[in-house]
Write a protein that binds this ligand. Structure first.
Ligand code: PGA
Length: 241
């Protein structure tokens, strides 16, 4: 399986900034082989990014979706709409959705089910907070998130991507050490019924990507801040093992 490098732009880049970034990236790494590059822009940039990457090696994902396919859900977006503009992936269970927007495991489980039903590949994120790690609860938290998030769909885990993103490492500049990441990746893998790809996320930067990707347990990365600049994302895509 080729390593996955996914760039989560979060609530950054309006359509014209997105266009510029994609053009720069296509020039810099549009021809890169042996990597799966997934761009995950905000909803309003999806149509223009989708157009620009059509017939290229880049893939596209959404940052969230509703668990229903359509209906009276003001402010929400259907996974079907994401597909219609060219998304193949959708991030679900991101820590900012869990901790800032109050999404619980049950909601995340419903969204993962729908994503699978409609043919989107969920990038299912799990991770412990600073306090949970400090009090030795990392495994307990990860176990709960995995069990509840995959409830009833355990045997479909091979159709998803998982991402271990320690909350204390997201946007903080504090990356997990390769040992810390590998330990949790192995723990997650031990809980899964079938093999699945597991990414690491949390302050991935040009200066730590090589050491992270040396670990065979780390099958790719989910990048936030460093995916917003063509230069830093290019270096990450071109990591050296
Ligand atoms: P970061 O974000 O790289 O800015 O820490 C990662 C993420 O939230 O996916």
């Amino acid at each position: 399986m080729e390593p996955i490098i996914a760039g989560n732009w979060k609530m950054h880049s309006d359509p014209s900034e997105s266009r510029k970034l994609v053009q720069e990236l296509l020039e810099a790494v549009g021809d890169v082989k042996e990597r799966i590059v997934i761009l995950i822009p905000p909803f309003t940039s999806l149509p223009c990014v989708g157009e620009l990457i059509r017939n290229t090696r880049f893939k596209m994902g959404g940052q969230n979706m509703h668990w229903e396919r359509q209906g009276a859900f003001t402010g929400e977006t259907s996974g079907l709409f994401l597909k219609a503009v060219g998304c193949e992936y959708v991030i679900l269970g991101h820590s900012e959705r869990r901790h800032v927007m109050g999404e619980c495991d049950d909601v995340i489980n419903k969204k993962i089910r729908t994503a699978l039903e409609i043919g989107l590949i969920p990038i299912f994120c799990v991770g412990e907070t600073d306090g949970e790690r400090a009090s030795g609860e990392t495994r307990r938290v990860i176990e709960r998130q995995i069990k509840e998030g995959l409830k009833g769909i355990e045997s479909e885990v091979h159709k998803m991507i998982l991402a271990y993103e320690p909350v204390w490492a997201i946007g903080t500049g504090k990356t997990a050490t390769p040992e810390q990441a590998v330990e949790v990746h192995e723990f997650i893998r031990s809980m899964l019924k079938k093999p699945s790809t597991i990414l690491y996320g949390g302050s991935v930067k040009p200066d730590n990507i090589d050491v992270l990707m040396k670990e065979k347990e780390i099958e790719g990365v989910l990048v936030g801040g460093a995916s917003l600049k063509a230069e830093s994302f290019t270096r990450i895509v071109r990591f050296k093992r």
